[in-house]
Design a protein around this ligand. Structure first.
Ligand SMILES: O=C(O)CCC(=O)C(=O)O
Length: 257
C-alpha cells in the first residue's frame, strides 16, 4: 500500500476532503459537453434512456422554493448511468488517479464501482438536497459503510449555486446510530443542523470531493445564474457484497489502475 496522502488526515477528521484541481480543464469541458448533449437531446431519447433520468418537473416543488413544474421545462436533476450516454464518463470512473484516491480512502486495493450519476442544480431553481448520510441508503449499499462517494465538480459551486454543505465530524457515529438516524428520517423527515455547525464547500471546476459514507451533508437551491453540476461516483470494497436490489451498468465493475 502507498503512504497516505495529505488529504487523508482531513478525510478522517472531518468526514470529507477536497482534492483541488484533480481533473484538467479540457477534460472537464468534455464532461460538461456530454451532459449538455443529453439535456439538449431529451426529446429524442429512447424510453430506456429516459428511464435513467430524473427530471425536476417530476419532483416536489417544495425543494425549489415553490417554483412549479410548469416553470422548469425539461431540466434534469439526475443524469443516471452517464457512462451509457458517453464513454467519457467510464474513462473518468476507471482513471487510475481517481481509482487510487478511492483505494487510499478505503484502505484497500480491491475496490469496485457501485454507481455513477451527474447531479444537476439548474440556475434559478435547481433543487435543494436534504441533509442525509449516504450510509445506509436504499439504492445501492452494502451491509456496512464500506464505500465512499467521490464528487467531481464540473462547474464549481458556492453558497449561491447550492454548494454541498457538511457537518464535519458527524461520520464518527456507530453504524447502528447511522441506521437508527435513517429510520428516524424515514419516519419523521430530515432535520436541519444548526447553521454554525455547517461547512459550505466552495469548489472550482475540476475539484474532487471525497465524501465519507457517514458524514452528514446536504445543500441549498441554486439561486444563481450558473449551473451547478457534479459527477457523483460511489465506490466500495470488493469484499463487501451489496444488500440492496438495484443495479447499474457499472455496478460490480472491478476498478484497478
Ligand atoms: O450534489 C451534491 O451536492 C451532493 C450529492 C449527494 O448528496 C450525494 O450524492 O449523496
Amino acid at each position: 500500500m502507498r503512504p497516505p496522502p495529505a488529504w487523508r488526515a482531513a478525510y478522517e477528521a472531518q468526514g470529507f476532503a477536497v482534492l483541488p484541481g484533480f481533473v484538467d480543464a479540457a477534460w472537464i469541458e468534455a464532461l460538461r459537453d456530454a451532459v449538455d448533449a443529453v439535456q439538449r437531446n431529451v426529446a429524442t431519447l429512447s424510453e430506456a434512456e429516459l428511464a435513467r433520468l430524473v427530471f425536476e418537473r417530476d419532483l416536489s416543488a417544495r425543494r425549489r422554493d415553490g417554483i412549479g413544474a410548469e416553470a422548469v421545462g425539461d431540466a434534469l436533476f439526475i443524469l443516471g448511468e452517464p457512462e451509457t450516454f458517453d464513454p467519457v464518463f467510464l474513462r473518468l470512473l476507471t482513471w487510475p488517479p481517481l481509482v487510487q484516491a478511492a483505494q487510499l480512502a478505503l484502505g484497500s486495493d480491491a475496490v469496485v464501482s457501485h454507481f455513477m450519476n451527474v447531479t444537476i442544480k439548474h440556475p434559478r431553481f435547481g433543487r435543494s438536497i436534504a441533509w442525509h448520510r449516504d450510509f445506509p441508503n436504499t439504492y445501492i449499499c452494502p451491509e456496512g459503510p464500506d464505500f465512499l462517494r467521490l464528487m467531481l465538480c464540473l462547474d464549481g459551486m458556492d453558497a449561491e449555486t447550492g454548494a454541498t454543505g457538511f457537518v464535519p465530524g458527524t461520520h464518527r457515529v456507530s453504524d447502528e446510530a447511522a441506521r437508527e438516524a435513517k429510520r428516524h428520517e424515514d419516519a419523521h423527515g430530515t432535520s436541519v443542523p444548526a447553521a454554525q455547525t455547517v461547512q459550505t464547500l466552495v469548489c472550482a471546476p475540476g475539484d474532487l470531493v471525497l465524501i465519507h459514507p457517514k458524514v452528514l451533508h446536504g445543500g441549498g437551491m441554486n439561486t444563481g445564474v450558473r449551473p451547478r453540476r457534479n459527477v457523483v461516483m460511489q465506490i466500495g470494497l470488493a469484499s463487501a457484497p451489496l444488500v440492496t436490489g438495484f443495479r447499474e451498468s457499472t455496478t460490480g465493475l472491478v476498478l484497478s489502475p
